[in-house]
Write a protein that binds this ligand. Sequence first.
Ligand code: NAP
Length: 335
Amino acid sequence: MATNIGVIGTGNIGSFHVRTLSTQVSGAAVTAVFDVDGERAKALADDVGARAHATADGVIVDDEVDAVLIASPGPLHPQQVMACLDVGKPVLCEKPLGVTSAECLAILDAEITGGRQLVQVGFMRRYDPGYLQVKGALDSGQIGEPLMVHCVHRNPTVPPSFQADMAITDSVVHEIDTSRWLLGEEIVAVTVLAGRKSPHARSDDPQLVLFETASGVLVDLESFVNCQYGYDVRCELVGSEGVVNLDGPGLTAITKSAARSTAVPADWRMRFGPAYVVELQEWVDSVTSGVYAGADAWDGYAATAVAEAGLRARAQRTRVEVDLVERPTFYPGPR
Ligand code: NAP
């Protein structure tokens, strides 16, 4: 029997997930959708044989929905995740889990009270073959002890709705999660520096972010959301015995007219498309088995707490320590 999925928010990534679930994930069927843009939701629902609801709650309480995928704007996530927990339904929430750590802590409380894991957060880089190779090189001991990580995260452009804070809460949050996941430890302090601003940017961009982990690993990141040329994500992990580099996918090179050129992914879909398929397949399998390996609510909370510290660091132009609550034993911590 297929797992019936309800999807809330059918914009960029929500519609992408609906199509992926309907065509590339086995054991899943999208049966219900909701978007404030009712026509958009209805057109997509008709395409995949689902029902378009008039409200998000309609999707969540629908008897023909076993699990919910939330892809609405970030500030709506906590309320929608809580509604799923209220009716005991598994939920895959796109990042961020919440915009404030207080909202995320309320989700942890509700999940712990329910007594079983229901929440997964959409940090899909954990399923990318390149990032998995970086983690494999570290975990196997090949490059010795981790000392530093150098990251680049460039987006071609951002829409007019993109607010200054979103560079940290929506974009840098990916490196927050990958750093915690790769290194298996928490980030304890953040510094953010903005220098000369791109003429294409409305707010500080690019920015340099520095994370310090509990064991003292330094992670630096160039966050540049208006780089113009493509979607470019890189990661170099420096160990005591060697270095592992992730320069992006090996796209085919063309040699012509005395030049050799290699494509750069145009956007996140092209770069991480395969990772979303694996993420959704594993989540659907987890809904059936009740055993989850993806980012959990603690990971979502920790990422938001670090992002919050990053916002303060940027505003105060100083190093800010991350204020995490003691981790409940319900959650295994970074892994
Ligand atoms: P988007 O294109 O703006 O889509 C969000 C959709 O939700 C829009 O159709 C929006 O409608 C709709 N919406 C607004 N209010 C709603 C409500 N109350 N209930 C349900 N839907 C509502 O944004 P997006 O780029 O898809 O991003 C959505 C979420 O996914 C964000 O949290 C973002 O950070 C995350 N995301 C994650 C990744 C990743 O790599 N993991 C990539 C992209 C996005 P209107 O347009 O009419 O307001």
